[in-house]
Design a protein around this ligand. Structure first.
Ligand code: HPA
Length: 251
């Protein structure tokens, strides 16, 4: 089964029929994880808004382990994650998209592995390629299909390096210069440890990154939350169409 992990602004899947709600208990949280089952074009997908239904869980408070374990228990084999980012690459201005290929993890103090207790032996995953190429191609194919039928096609970078910071504050200008020097094309707060936990759980994982602002110091103006909200709102129809396309092509 395919799962969609919704990011900022995506707390429901428009156009999908609700097929009920699952409450999945795991040993990683006192409260069960609420996962919506939704159907589009005869395909049922699991939907998990990582900031909660009310969009009130900040990036550093998300229980990534409970979320990924809950999806695994539900039988999820593939995840398409939606991640809002600040753009660093020149083609990643606000309102544009990317399907990243690599990650640099700058986060600290997050529960970032399943492999630390009750293990028979020390376990390391290979994380050379954090995003599954098959899922990346499904996302890119859906973006291309949606772009063919809409009035204003959306720019989408194939690839790029996602730098993950802890947040919830945005970065300093110097931190973004460092990210740039490191090779980051975009910066967000939710890609890790989500991608690594998916890999540990044996779930294929890909991301559609949505640039909602220029990263700190890269625009004349300071970053405005109102402007971010406006960009998020304007982009959700495209994100939903891409998700519908991925679901309908999913077998
Ligand atoms: N930095 C980190 N995370 C983000 C940003 C940003 O500029 N925009 C959206 N998520």
């Amino acid at each position: 089964m395919l799962a969609i992990i919704g990011g900022t602004g995506l707390s429901k899947l428009d156009g999908f029929k609700s097929r009920g709600r699952e409450k999945c208990s795991t040993r990683f949280s006192a409260e069960p994880v609420a996962i919506e089952l939704c159907e589009f074009a005869g395909v049922t997908v699991a939907f998990l808004p990582r900031h909660g239904k009310q969009q009130a869980v900040p990036p550093h408070k998300i229980n990534y382990r409970a979320n990924i374990r809950a999806l695994k228990q539900l039988g999820v084999t593939d995840i398409v994650a939606i991640n809002a980012v600040g753009g660093i690459h020149k083609d990643l201005g606000p309102g544009s998209f990317a399907v990243p290929e690599q990650i640099i993890d700058y986060t600290a103090n997050r529960q970032s592995t399943f492999f630390e207790e009750d293990i028979a032996a020390v376990t390391h995953i290979d994380f050379t390629y954090p995003y599954a190429e098959g899922i990346r191609q499904q996302i890119l194919a859906s973006v291309a299909t949606v772009n063919k039928v809409i009035d204003s096609p959306q720019a989408c970078l194939n690839g790029g390096v996602y730098g993950c910071t802890s947040g919830p504050r945005l970065e300093t200008a110097a931190e973004i210069i460092r990210c740039q020097r490191d090779g980051c094309d975009m910066v967000g707060m939710t890609g890790m440890p989500e991608a690594a936990l998916a890999q540990e759980a044996g779930i294929e994982y890909g991301s559609l990154a949505f640039s909602v602002n220029w990263a700190a110091g890269l625009s004349v103006d300071l970053i405005s939350l109102d402007e971010i909200r406006r960009i998020v709102e304007a982009g959700m129809e495209f994100v939903t169409a891409v998700v519908q396309g991925i679901a309908s092509a999913y077998h």
